[in-house]
Design a protein. Structure first.
Length: 269
């Protein structure tokens, strides 16, 4: 799946990753043994095949695989949020006021900072990194509720981008409404129920659904809030070119372009 021009880079990364794996195993092995029944690790255990008992080494390897396969999502969500702040500066002062009101007692948990949480959720709705989600392979023939047959070996996916822009679920779905998911912003015939970005719902399939929904979503949202909050509090910022293309597509993914520039200036006290 790697484009040919990236092959040398991937080979280099794999070599470094093998060295890093030995170091990580050395330091994480005792920690994982103590925490086999906690957090994301428990999710990995519950999702593992039941025919064999996984040891600490295997669980660490699976955790690294999840990390390697998902860490880019947080970076892209951060970039898309900055794009939206630049395009909709009317939200900046309101978000800064919310941050200032919490002060030293601030928490970055999923249920904290409802305005910032709603803004980030709307940014994710408008900018999903992939147009499809929840990929599943039929291990045996399966008939959906509408009578559609999924033959053995076939893949079924959820049309994530279409759902997130569907007028059936969202009023004015192509209009950015930063406080759409906040209590005071939840108005309209087809407005979703207010709730934090970490919520799992069929009308917001960003995290997947069911028992395999993303176990790292709480960490991801907390980190995203901290990153965006840090920029809001300390910097003024703007896109250098508002008309330049900001994304490119690869397969079903939409990825921020690396040549888009955002000017950052230290905020005046």
């Amino acid at each position: 799946m790697t484009p040919r021009f990236l092959a040398p880079l991937v080979t280099s990364i794999v070599t470094r990753r093998q060295r890093a794996l030995k170091i990580i195993l050395k330091y994480l092995f005792p920690l994982v043994e103590e925490r086999l029944r906690m957090d994301c690790i428990q999710w990995i255990i519950d999702s593992a095949p039941k025919k064999e008992q996984w040891d600490a080494k295997r669980i660490i390897q699976e955790a690294l695989a999840l990390w390697f396969g998902s860490v880019h999502q947080l970076a892209m969500s951060f970039v898309f949020a900055l794009y939206d702040l630049c395009e909709h500066p009317e939200y900046i002062e309101k978000l800064r006021e919310e941050l200032a009101q919490t002060g030293e007692k601030r928490q970055w948990s999923p249920n904290s900072l409802p305005l910032l949480d709603s803004f980030l959720k709307e940014s994710a709705r408008m900018n999903p990194s992939d147009s499809i989600s929840i990929r599943r392979k039929a291990l045996s023939p399966y008939t959906l509720s509408d009578g559609t047959l999924v033959p053995t070996g076939s893949w079924a996916c959820v049309p994530q981008r279409a759902i997130l822009r569907a007028p059936t679920y969202y009023s004015d779905p192509n209009v950015f409404n930063g406080f759409r998911f906040a209590t005071e912003g939840a108005v309209g015939k087809h407005c979703p129920k207010p709730g934090p970005l970490t919520d799992i719902d069929g009308t917001f399939p960003l995290w997947g659904l069911g028992k395999r929904a993303c176990p790292g979503r709480f960490y991801a949202v907390e980190a995203l809030k901290m990153m965006v909050g840090h920029v809001l509090e300390r910097y003024d910022f703007e896109l250098e070119n508002h008309t330049a293309r900001r994304t490119f597509s690869w397969r079903s993914a939409t990825i921020p372009r690396s040549d888009v520039k955002i000017s950052l200036r230290r905020k005046e006290a």
